[in-house]
Design a protein around this ligand. Sequence first.
Ligand code: AVJ
Ligand code: FE
Length: 405
Amino acid sequence: MVQEPVQIAASRARFLPQRLFATREATFAMLAGVEREHFCRQAHPDYSPVGWHLGHIAFTEGLWILERCAGLPRPAPEFGRIFAVDALPKAQRTSLPATAEIYGYVRQVREQVLACLDREPGLSAEARLWHFLVQHESQHAETMRWLLQLLTPTPAGEAIFSGADTDEMIRVEPGEALMGSDATEALDNERPARQVHLEGYWIDRYPVTQRQFQAFIDTGGYGEPHFWSASGRRWLSQHPVHRPLYWSAPDDRPVMGVSYYEAEAYARFACKRLPTEAEWEKAARYDPTRGTFRTYPWGEVPPEAGRTGTGRAAVGIHPAGRSALGLDDLLGNVWEWTATWFHPYPGFVSYPYTGYSAAYFDDGHRVLKGGSWASGPAVLRPSFRNWYEPAQRVPFAGFRCARSL
Ligand code: AVJ
Ligand code: FE
């Protein structure tokens, strides 16, 4: 690792525990008041109970910091047998230790980690690992948020309109695009950053809204085979659905809770297509006046209130989050499906373990970009790559469309 000036190293040493604290506070705040019954219940057959996620966050922190970095023995090994990623099948994760014991375990691991940081300040130089752990917790926290929403659905409420012209598309001229990142916080699948050449394209200024999607439903889109790909038709015949998972009203809030196949079918209905990952990322990062690429749509300042929302927001109400090309709602409203399969970038190296990304380079997962309102600030950046099977109705995922010039 390149030597950092002492001052930067010192500010990093303060910054990292702060990030750890803030992320944990958000996790605990979200779980406050969740009853035991919901804590242990498998809300969805594809997902572990909320209580398992909490224990797994602590297990992962202990594994990488205490065991692998500091060479300490595994804290509470009997908990490790429950919360390690491969220890128990998901359906068996419902008989969990008492809630208070899980919280005790989570606090114990964190105390040991902080004690370790005090004893061995060198550990704070493992910046990449700390960033990984914060983003690991953040992603599990988002999954817990979905699960809690499945267990206690929020009432649909009133329709919300922003008056945005949702037909608007932005023209992007042919040229280079920057993909990925070599920054310390970049995860293994974002590295190494590289440039690719893209043909010109149009891309929606906003994610597709419920009002727009209503037109697809009204046309009988779910029953019209021409809009669906062969695999989409197969999926639909096995999962006869008629609207997105989180439908509330035909308003200006983005569609949320669709599979890749539903996104693809809507795009075909609209005589458009889904953007590739590179097209999405260029639209978020490219500054056409300077010919440069930004870290965030708005520039270099990390996400802050006002640029992104705290709930599913009507599109177009966060102009401070707009990209140089003029796209809105890129980060922090809904995840967006792209047409790109999740594959490694040339020169990919697994970190910190192959099970994080490499296990999913299997032609079975599509990339999602952007981050939802429930994603922590630690994962909100245009280079971040999320991935799910196309059949998965990712609860906080929608999409926007594109078209070649
Ligand atoms: C990238 C969100 C699909 O939650 O399954 C968490 C992230 N990997 N622990 C997931 C992850 C290992 C992953 N996703
Ligand atoms: Fe995990």
